[in-house]
Design a binder for this molecule. Structure first.
Ligand code: AMP
Ligand code: TRP
Length: 329
């Protein structure tokens, strides 16, 4: 069975973008792949997080993983810091990465270009840690949203470089980007991706949003003044995004949804999108509540950490041997 691995960095509450672009796909893959999913808590602290908020977000993220349908019987689910090999291999990968490669990463470049102050070295070397996360487990595929493709491509380069320098050690992973839903856009500004760090809070639906608030955000989503329901991503990006959201949640094709609403006003379409989104959120939130109350999380993480460490620790032994870091005694 091929192995698949992915992580989410819960710096805030998980969003509908995380669900459609990542989580929902993990769930559908877990029957056909050996699935490893982790909470990337080390990646969270590349920027300061209030400790109490961070702890709450991490707990919620695990609960939401389970609520969205990840099954600990089928997938290995764990917290990154519970497996020490991540940080260790992250450092080793940083020693095999050139500054020029990190300078090219758009996520970093965008932040630097915005003139963000106090950018940390951790933020800069983040892709090295991400590479370590993936190759520690010899993952064949990495399902991610569009924004992470470049990081997985860098991982491929770093892996090939390591294998060439030290001999075949790691599987070279491939990114897996879904055709629909890989980039859900902000509801208030469809030129930007829907993101946890949305300042206005209008463009982003959180998985734990009140249903009435989620509905309100969709009904007031920015569209256009053309007034025609059709698929024109370039000229009607807001409308396209809404149809894409409904399509990925309902399983209907985007064309099918257009056909149903053709010739009608945007309000009708928005109401349909809101219905689809709210039905999905309602299911997730009900399960989330059960999971939080059941105190199941600790048990899931303990078991996941054991299983993940068994794989990762073995790999680290091989890595240290190949590099010449270990002394036999
Ligand atoms: P992050 O929240 O940045 O840790 O992202 C976790 C996963 O969700 C990654 O695979 C991202 O590519 C995916 N993701 C985040 N935001 C979106 C979005 N707006 N649309 C689609 N996928 C997303
Ligand atoms: N960088 C990813 C993000 O921000 C999260 C992440 C960390 C990840 N390590 C990973 C995703 C390994 C896939 C594989 O979304």
């Amino acid at each position: 069975m091929k192995r698949m691995l992915s992580g989410i960095k819960p710096t805030g509450q998980l969003t509908l973008g995380n669900y459609i672009g990542a989580l929902k796909n993990f769930v559908s893959y877990q029957d056909d792949y050996e699935m490893i999913v982790f909470i990337a808590n080390l990646h969270c602290i590349t920027e300061y997080q209030d400790p109490a908020d961070l702890r709450k977000n991490l707990t919620d993220a695990v609960a939401l993983y389970l609520a969205c349908g990840l099954d600990p019987q089928k997938s290995i689910i764990f917290l990154q810091t519970d497996v020490h090999a991540h940080a260790e291999l992250g450092y080793i990968m940083a020693c095999n990465t050139y500054l020029g490669e990190l300078n090219r990463m758009t996520q970093f470049k965008d932040k630097a270009a915005k003139g963000e102050k106090n950018m940390t070295a951790g933020l800069y070397t983040y892709p090295c840690l991400m590479a370590a996360d993936i190759i520690l487990y010899d993952a064949d595929y990495v399902p991610v949203g569009d924004d992470q493709k470049q990081h997985v491509e860098l991982t491929r380069d770093l892996t090939q470089r390591f294998n060439n320098k030290y001999g075949e050690t790691f599987v070279v992973p491939q990114p897996l980007i879904a055709k629909v839903g890989a980039r859900i856009m902000s509801l208030s500004d469809p030129s930007k991706k829907m993101s946890k760090s949305d300042e206005t809070n209008k463009g982003c639906i959180y998985l734990l949003d009140d249903l009435s608030l989620a509905r309100k955000k969709i009904m007031s989503a920015v569209t256009d003044s053309l007034g025609i329901i059709q698929l024109d991503k370039e000229n009607q990006p807001g409308l396209y995004n809404l149809i894409e959201i409904a399509s990925s949640l309902s399983g209907r094709t985007m064309e099918d949804i257009v056909k149903e609403f053709e010739g009608q006003g945007y309000g009708k379409l928005k109401a349909y999108v809101a219905d689809v989104v709210c039905a999905e959120l309602e299911k997730i939130q009900a399960r989330y509540k059960e999971i939080i109350e059941s105190h199941k999380i600790e048990e899931v993480l303990k078991d996941g950490a054991l299983k993940a460490s068994a794989i990762a620790d073995k790999k680290m032994e091989d890595v240290k041997k190949k590099i010449g870091l270990e002394i036999k005694y």
